[in-house]
Design a protein around this ligand. Structure first.
Ligand SMILES: C[S@@+](CC[C@H](N)C(=O)[O-])C[C@H]1O[C@@H](n2cnc3c(N)ncnc32)[C@H](O)[C@@H]1O
Length: 222
């Protein structure tokens, strides 16, 4: 597949998943007990040392892929420490263009299902939390693999004062908005109109003529 040839989302789900409310409530009511993996605990401990010594705002860039957005956010927010997290070692270590280099960022290889719980426990002072183009899992039966359908959702909403999530699948964001409404948080969804793509996936979708969407929500944390 070439750069401008990214396929639009194909799904067997026409609307918000019929079981989503039930799934979200189940996760809100039940403690997430899965043990933290050793590699994520170790990665967290290392970056937590850096965070605890830093006195400014923290920006978390979850699912950062190659970290292009992490670098752009670092340049846009020189007073902040920007932390990009992705489970793929291969993506994190890939070189990106020089024009986005900055020195106020770190890339961390970790599983966010565990990492979020450690961030909440350590009470990181996150000002903004970005989740840009998460894997959509468009098949209806995979709803629990989407972040709002996952057991870690109750922790995601405890991270940061602002949440910004982007997707080329508007229904993903509408579902996240639906899940936020269950905990009485309002969110707005708008089309992304930025001239410069924040991430490689955004660039790819735009080059293929697809619309990209952003959800923004204010959270009552820290
Ligand atoms: C579609 S890519 C988007 C990457 C980047 N944000 C972009 O827009 O170019 C989704 C990313 O989420 C990461 N990811 C998925 N599940 C994860 C998890 N549980 N923990 C950490 N990263 C995860 C994948 O490794 C992948 O890099």
């Amino acid at each position: 597949m070439s750069f401008g040839d990214s396929k639009a989302i194909i799904t067997n789900q026409p609307d918000i998943h019929e079981n989503l409310s039930e799934i979200v409530k189940k996760h809100l009511d039940k403690e997430f007990k899965k043990p933290i993996s050793a590699h994520t605990q170790q990665a967290f401990d290392e970056i937590n040392d850096v965070v605890q010594k830093f006195s400014g705002p923290i920006i978390l860039d979850s699912c950062c892929g190659v970290g292009q957005s992490t670098r752009i956010l670092a340049r846009q927010n020189p007073q902040a420490l920007v932390i990009g997290v992705d489970k793929s070692d291969n993506r994190i270590k890939r070189n990106v263009e020089d024009k986005w280099q900055a020195d106020n960022f770190h890339l961390v290889r970790a599983d966010l299902n565990d990492f979020y719980r450690l961030v909440v426990e350590a009470n990181w002072p996150v000002s903004k939390h970005f989740i840009l183009y998460p894997n959509p899992w468009p098949k209806s039966k995979h709803v629990q693999r989407r972040w709002h359908g996952s057991a870690v959702f109750p922790y995601i909403i405890k991270v940061g004062k602002e949440l910004h999530m982007r997707s080329n699948w508007q229904l993903y964001l509408q579902e996240f908005q639906h899940a936020l409404a269950i905990v009485n948080v309002d969110a707005v969804i708008e089309e992304v109109v930025d001239d410069e793509a924040l991430t490689p996936f955004e660039a790819k979708y735009k080059a293929s003529g697809q619309q990209c969407w952003q959800l923004a929500a204010k959270l009552e944390n820290n």
